[in-house]
Each structure stands twice: as structure tokens, then as C-alpha cells.
Design a protein around this ligand. Structure first.
Ligand code: MLT
Ligand code: MN
Ligand code: ZN
Length: 304
């Protein structure tokens, strides 16, 4: 069983199309220590059968970069046996449109609030009804195990997270349970687990307990500092206001991760183009390395 990172960047990708910050300009210019990243998505599975976790706007490019997703068993084929969503945000759902050429309804796992947002504020699922359609499965964020048919040996549990629903959600400013979830993936053959939570504003006791039991944690790496985008003059929003816990400072992600067992593999994902950890030569990246925390990149494979 494996997890493959299809896209390690946050919404906008790296470089972001309209951004000329030093990092976006640097990666465009080929500056050493910077590498391109597409938008937030991973696959979990083995061999020919995978679950896609989030469908990013870059999905066609990501599939082309990942030969395992095209097993070519028949004239029209895919290794994607189902799609799981962590939320209804644009960077995690826009790629659903790109899967419309399927010959059968797309097996899709999401919570009720996400299903509502994707049927109303941004009615992707209604639009898909005019193409392949969706075979929807309800995710209940209660930690109860479920399986994705076709992906053998994988057990999944969903946990409620405190982050933010998309801006078009009626509960953007007053979250409800199920707006955001994290997934615990278990390889049933050996019991090893990976906790995946690309958007996370708060680590509550339930999440912390799960993080402590997981062999691998792959969590929100959006911002280094809470006021990162304000300091750069590109937004008036703090990271915490849009649902992301920064890595640095007291109570930051690095402090939390340092309290996990030494044997836990720790990775950051969903990294915004403004985050200095993207620069392999930055002091912020050195701080991650010193803390035993890896910075995910596209194509990274993790054995479970
Ligand atoms: C987020 O993670 O905060 C959102 O995906 C931002 C966005 O819409 O790109
Ligand atoms: Mn995002
Ligand atoms: Zn930028």
C-alpha cells in the first residue's frame, strides 16, 4: 500500500499564475532550491487500483505524471476507483469536472455539508449529472471505518476538523461538523496508518489522539506565519481566518509535531506559494528539517 502525492501546493499552485513574489518569480526563473508544485491531491492504493483524495484543478497534468493511474486494461480505463473529498474548496473539487468522460457514475465520498455546497453554492455535482453522474457515498466524520470498493486492503476513517468551508458555503463564517474532515488510512495487511489533513486550523483532542497513533502524519503546511500574506501585501487575511494553522511560533504546527512520538513520520502538505519552507535554502526549511518534518513535493511516494 502506498500514498503518492499528486500535488503538494495549496490553492493557486507554485508558481501561482498571477504572482510575482520572490518565490513564484524564482521558481519560474529556475532558481536552485525551488521546485514547481501542483495543487493539493494525493492517491492511496496499490498496483492498478487507487482512491483519489481531492480532485484538483491540475488533475489532468497530475494523472499524466502518474503512470500508475492508467493501467490500460481496456479501451477506456482508469486506476481511480473512487474519489474522497476533505472539503468543498475549489482546489480540492474543480478536477471533478475533468473526470466527466467516465462511462459510469463517479464513486464519490463526501460529507453532507460538502455535498450541499457542491449542489448549491458551486453545483459541480448537478452539472456532472449531465455527464457521467455521481455515485455518492456519505462520509460521516465519526471515525467509523469504511472501505472503497475496488481498493483492496485499505480501511478509511474520517475525523471532523476545524478549518473552513469554501467562500460560497452558507456556513463559511460559522462552521458545521463535516465542513472539513481528515482521513486516517490503514493498510489492513500490516495495521500501519497515515493521517491526512491538508486543511487544519486547530488540533483538538480527537485529532491529537489520532495523530499520536498514526505511523505517518501529513498535515496542513499552508503558511509559515499567520500574517504571511498581509506582510507581503497580497491579502488582508490571516491564515487562521481562512482555516490554516501556521507552522511557526507558540502553538504552531511545528511545536505540535515535535510532541509526537519520535518514530512518527511527519510531513507538511498543501503549501502556499508564499511559504518560505518551499525554498530548500531558507532558514524556515532548515527549521523543518531540524524538527524532523518533511516538506511534501509532487511525486513523493510513501509506503504504508
Ligand atoms: C484554502 O485552502 O484556504 C482554499 O483552498 C483557498 C482557495 O480557495 O484557493
Ligand atoms: Mn486549499
Ligand atoms: Zn507567489
Amino acid at each position: 500500500m502506498k500514498l503518492i502525492v499528486l500535488g503538494a501546493a495549496a490553492g493557486g499552485g507554485f508558481p501561482q499564475w498571477n504572482c510575482n513574489c520572490t518565490q513564484c518569480a524564482g521558481v519560474r526563473a529556475g532558481r536552485p532550491g525551488l521546485r514547481r508544485r501542483t495543487q493539493s491531491s494525493v492517491i492511496v492504493g496499490d498496483g492498478a487500483d487507487w482512491v483519489l483524495v481531492n480532485a484538483s484543478p491540475d488533475i489532468l497534468q497530475q494523472i499524466q505524471a502518474t503512470p500508475a493511474l492508467q493501467p490500460a486494461r481496456q479501451l477506456r480505463d482508469t486506476g481511480i476507483r473512487g474519489v474522497l473529498l476533505v472539503d468543498g474548496q475549489i482546489d480540492h473539487t474543480t478536477g471533478l469536472f475533468m473526470l466527466r468522460e467516465r462511462g459510469s457514475p463517479l464513486p464519490l465520498w463526501c460529507t453532507d455539508p460538502v455535498h450541499d455546497d457542491l449542489s448549491q453554492g458551486n453545483p459541480i455535482l448537478r452539472v456532472l449529472g449531465h455527464f457521467c453522474g455521481v455515485d455518492r457515498h456519505t462520509v460521516t466524520p465519526d471515525g467509523a471505518p469504511f472501505e472503497v470498493p475496488g481498493v483492496a486492503g485499505l480501511r478509511v476513517r474520517a475525523l471532523p476538523l476545524w478549518s473552513k468551508p469554501a467562500p460560497f458555503s452558507p456556513h463559511r463564517e460559522h462552521n458545521v461538523v463535516g465542513d472539513n474532515v481528515g482521513y486516517l488510512f490503514e493498510n489492513t495487511a500490516n495495521g500501519r496508518t497515515l493521517f491526512y489533513a491538508p486543511g487544519l486550523a486547530e488540533i483538538d483532542p480527537t485529532v491529537w489522539e489520532v495523530m499520536n497513533t498514526a505511523n505517518v502524519v501529513m498535515v496542513d503546511g499552508t503558511f509559515w506565519t499567520d500574517d504571511e500574506m498581509i506582510r507581503l501585501g497580497i491579502s488582508s487575511k490571516r491564515g487562521s481566518e481562512i482555516g490554516h494553522l501556521p507552522q511557526s511560533g507558540a502553538g504552531g504546527m511545528l511545536e505540535w509535531l515535535s510532541k509526537l512520538p519520535a518514530s512518527t513520520r511527519k510531513l507538511l502538505i498543501h503549501i502556499n506559494n508564499t511559504n518560505p519552507i518551499l525554498d530548500e535554502h531558507s532558514p524556515e526549511r532548515a527549521a523543518c528539517t531540524a524538527a524532523g518534518v518533511e516538506v511534501s513535493h509532487d511525486g513523493l511516494e510513501i509506503d504504508l
